[in-house]
Design a protein around this ligand. Structure first.
Ligand code: OAD
Length: 233
């Protein structure tokens, strides 16, 4: 018997998904942008003015991310691949989706695991959990920087992400306040008839057509994944 075509799921994740792995969010009370200045730490101007501060900030985030473990929500998302064609579009710069077993992950805001030069070349260098030091250069002789999308820089893989969302039968949005564009705009290109779920703790406005599941991702996501799996298993 021919296998039925697998339904397509897109997961759009943000920092709240990794919160229960011990990594901070950005805009919650203890969030990074309530403690630090994004202008100093996440903008081309900040990098020009105090590169040593920017490197130290991302070196610390990288070492914390490498010490963290994927949580039950990351694992439940990875388990969807047994029954569905799954793509993860993440705003997160950690690698917890990959370490939980997700095979297709698009990092629209870059990855801590990579460095790149400050010249025009987009060549990336895998550094995994290692720090980047001032004075470390790329092949072309420019200072290495984190491969992180800073404010004012172009979000990565957006065309591919948009196409995946437009074709999805189901969309699961988790752990994002949906305030940073263009990534947040992906919820608007989902099909009207797609089954759409949003899981966060706080949100200003639930996007149209989404079922809102309030609560910690480690409790909510395994439940959503179970229900979706039961539909097809
Ligand atoms: P935010 O800090 O803006 O939003 C985090 C969301 O996660 C909020 O809606 C929280 O309610 C929710 N949340 C917190 N803990 C949770 C939990 N345990 N389970 C479920 N939800 C939880 O973070 P992002 O939306 O990820 O960009 O921020 C988007 C971008 O802004 C980031 O990618 C980063 C930042 O500037 C760059 O660095 C380029």
């Amino acid at each position: 018997m021919a296998e039925r075509a697998r339904k397509r799921i897109v997961v759009l994740s943000g920092s709240g998904l990794s919160a229960e792995s011990g990594l901070p969010t950005f805009r919650d009370a203890a969030g990074l942008w309530n403690q630090y200045s994004w202008v100093e730490l996440a903008s081309p101007d900040g990098w020009r003015e105090r590169p040593e501060l920017v490197l130290a900030f991302y070196n610390e985030r990288r070492s914390k991310a490498w010490a963290a473990q994927p949580n039950a929500a990351h694992r439940a998302i990875a388990s969807l691949e047994r029954h569905f064609d799954v793509s993860v579009v993440t705003q997160n710069v950690d690698n917890l989706h990959e370490r939980a077993g997700s095979a297709r992950v698009l990092h629209v805001h870059g990855e801590l695991a990579f460095a790149r030069g400050t010249g025009p070349s987009r060549k990336r260098y895998r550094i995994d959990g290692a720090p980047i030091e001032l004075g470390q250069k790329c092949d072309e002789g420019t200072q290495l920087r984190p491969d992180i999308v800073w404010f004012g820089e172009e979000t990565q893989h957006m065309d591919e992400a948009r196409a995946l969302v437009e074709a999805a039968d189901k969309m699961l949005v988790v752990g994002t306040s949906l305030t940073v564009y263009p990534a947040a705009g992906l919820v608007d290109v989902a099909r009207r008839e797609a089954d759409k779920v949003l899981n966060v703790i706080e949100i200003d406005e639930v996007p149209s057509g989404f079922r809102f599941e309030r609560g910690p991702a480690t409790q909510v996501i395994p439940r959503v994944v179970d229900a979706w799996t039961r539909e097809v298993a």
